[in-house]
Write a protein that binds this ligand. Structure first.
Ligand code: HEM
Length: 439
């Protein structure tokens, strides 16, 4: 087959299309897909980039990690923070680690986590006073961090006592959209205050993690959380590998869920009909606080979360890089280039979604799913590197939503939701809301 160069927007000398990307990455990618079709070539941050928006191409890339491994330069940026854990490693190491860690995410484990997820969600809302403004994003971030630590690191660990909230916030700050250009282009020695704070936070987290691992190595109790599984794994991981895995989970295992929940509260506050329908389901099913059995019965509650992740996918851009030059859709995609799979664009594509801008959880109820291609919706990625925490996150999000929404509604104190896109898709302002008790 003869291949040609993929079409795309003309860039400027040296910076390519980086300025268009930087101004509004979401709008830029939507415009590119609309103008140039399913394979678009542009240059971003010096990378020869190919954006794919045909679900069949997304499937091909995600399901063939030998031909399409992770994009090394993007990975290297994360490795500086999380080391060589599950998210960033490749090859045999990744395969061994995924096998060792997977059992912590089987359904029988998630069943055991449910009660603690509900307790942490209830504790979050117990700190609220009706009528007094809450920073919802921060509240959701703490709640999901509490859940992660409680379920996977050990119930006796108190994140506040160990200074983990502040440390995790400082350690993730360099990846905030406004700080990313400095993070990735400043030389190591540059005296940038937020980078130095992040260094100190990372060494604080390291100290805490090594302390947890040491205590647990000496602990005789029979446990089945992630730390126990890492220590007992047949692969005999050294402490540094265990550290990398645990920091990876601190990084990958709470912020994405917190963002999804933030978007859920924003969308419910704008869509009273959807909120009413959610309340009807919760009122009909719940007898007190929710349990894991309720999660199996929820329909609309789960659909609200899926629809929020359609409109605002926290992982807005999944990246790979061909190990060899390939042909996709009649175009040449060179070895070593950046292949980007934009959930943001596919989740709003009119070919697969009616009125894509509208929040309509009903799309995800029975019968609504069957007429869409598999990879028109992929908030958790796909193929062998699909999110290991997908079931954990979906259970957690439904339990947080059910626990809080059965007692509270949240009223927005801001106008439009403004977004910025870096490693994750984030609100670019505080998400202040007023909680009201339901009658
Ligand atoms: C709504 C919440 C979440 C979203 C949207 C999300 C999204 C994703 C996506 C898209 C990937 C694949 C990245 C790629 O292919 O390059 C991924 C991987 C991963 N996620 Fe999640 N995630 C969520 C929650 C979680 C949770 C709760 C955990 C752990 C408790 C977790 C841990 C991980 C890990 C360790 C990986 C790497 C897996 C591997 O490569 O084997 N995630 N996540």
């Amino acid at each position: 087959m003869t291949t040609t160069d993929a079409p795309g927007p003309r860039g400027l000398p040296v910076i390519g299309n980086s300025h268009q990307w930087a101004r509004d990455p979401c709008a830029f990618r939507e415009r590119c897909a609309a103008e140039y079709g399913p394979v678009v070539n542009y240059e971003m941050l010096g990378w020869d980039t190919y954006m794919l928006t045909d679900p069949a191409d997304v499937k091909r890339v995600l399901e063939d990690p030998d031909t399409f491994p992770k994009h090394e330069p993007s990975n290297a940026q994360l490795e500086a923070f999380v080391g060589n854990g599950l998210l960033t490693s490749g090859g045999d190491l990744w395969e061994r680690q995924r096998e060792a860690i997977q059992p912590a995410f089987y359904m029988d484990h998630i069943r055991n986590y449910a009660e603690r997820m509900v307790a942490q969600a209830a504790a979050t809302a117990d700190r609220w006073t009706a009528g007094e403004s809450v920073d919802v994003r921060r509240a959701m971030t703490r709640c999901t961090l509490d859940i992660l630590v409680d379920c996977l690191f050990g119930q006796e660990i108190d994140p506040a006592e160990r200074g983990l909230y502040e440390a995790v916030e400082a350690f993730q700050a360099p990846l905030e959209p406004s700080k990313q250009p400095i993070t990735f282009f400043a030389p190591d020695w540059a005296p940038v205050p937020f980078l130095r704070r992040a260094d100190r936070a990372l060494s604080h987290i390291d100290d805490q993690i090594y302390d947890i691992v040491e205590t647990r190595r000496a602990d005789e109790a029979d446990r089945d959380d992630l730390v126990a599984m890492l220590i007992a794994a047949d692969t005999a991981m050294d402490d540094e590998q265990i550290r990398d895995e645990l920091v990876t989970f601190l990084f990958a295992g709470h912020e994405t869920t917190a963002l999804s929940m933030t978007y859920v509260w924003d969308l419910l506050s704008r869509n009273p009909t959807a909120q009413r329908r959610l309340h009807e389901e919760l009122d009909a099913l719940l007898d007190g606080r929710p349990t894991i059995e309720d999660v199996f019965d929820f329909e609309y509650t789960g659909a609200v979360i899926e629809e929020a992740m359609r409109l605002y996918p926290p992982a807005h851009d999944i990246r790979r890089s061909p190990a060899t030059t390939v042909e996709i859709g009649g175009y040449t995609i060179p070895e070593g280039s950046l292949v980007t799979l934009p959930t943001w664009v596919l989740h709003r594509d009119e070919r697969f979604w009616d009125d894509p801008e509208q929040f309509r959880p009903g799309r995800f109820l029975d019968g609504g799913r069957s007429d869409r291609p598999e990879y028109a919706y992929f908030p958790f990625g796909g193929g062998p590197r699909r999110c290991i925490g997908q079931q954990f996150a979906m259970t957690e999000a439904q339990l947080i939503l059910a626990t809080i929404a059965s007692e509270w509604t949240l009223e927005r104190e801001y106008g439009d939701l403004e977004l910025s896109a870096a490693v994750t898709l984030q609100p670019s302002h505080d998400v202040a809301m007023t909680p009201h008790r339901r009658d």
